[in-house]
Unconditional design. Structure first.
Length: 66
């Protein structure tokens, strides 16, 4: 049962990470920001997408049959 709860929480977290990553990557295109700020927005977006990949890996390891 705990795996089901954890998988559900991770699924919601993956969706949120992808959404926030998308917003961070598209923010510089919508607003005129300086080059250093653009790099920070891109870094945050990449971080959230990497976080989503790490969470997908955690789900894969949790559901892996022994």
């Amino acid at each position: 049962m705990w795996r089901t709860l954890l998988t559900g929480k991770l699924t919601i977290s993956i969706a949120a990470s992808c959404f926030i990553g998308y917003l961070c990557l598209t923010h510089p295109a919508k607003h005129e920001v300086a080059a250093s700020a653009t790099a920070r927005w891109y870094a945050m977006g990449i971080f959230f997408f990497v976080l989503a990949v790490a969470q997908i890996t955690a789900i894969a390891l949790l559901t892996k049959r022994k």
